[in-house]
Write a protein that binds this ligand. Sequence first.
Ligand code: ZN
Length: 64
Amino acid sequence: MERIFWAECPHCRGRFYCNHGEMRHAGVELECPFCAAKFLPEQAAALDERTEAPADAGGRERTK
Ligand SMILES: [Zn+2]
C-alpha cells in the first residue's frame, strides 16, 4: 500500500491527498485540486498523515 497524506488547502480549506513518497519532501509544492493554489506541505492549513488511501476518495492524488 502506498503511503499518502491529506493536506488542507490554506486558501479554500479543501482537503485532498497526495502520495507521500513523491510529495512530502522539502521544496515540493502541492497543487490544490479545488482552487489551483500551490503551497508547500509546511504551509498547509492541516496535514493528516496516514498509511493508506481512503476507499472513497479516489482520483485526487496530484503529482507534479
Ligand atoms: Zn484550495
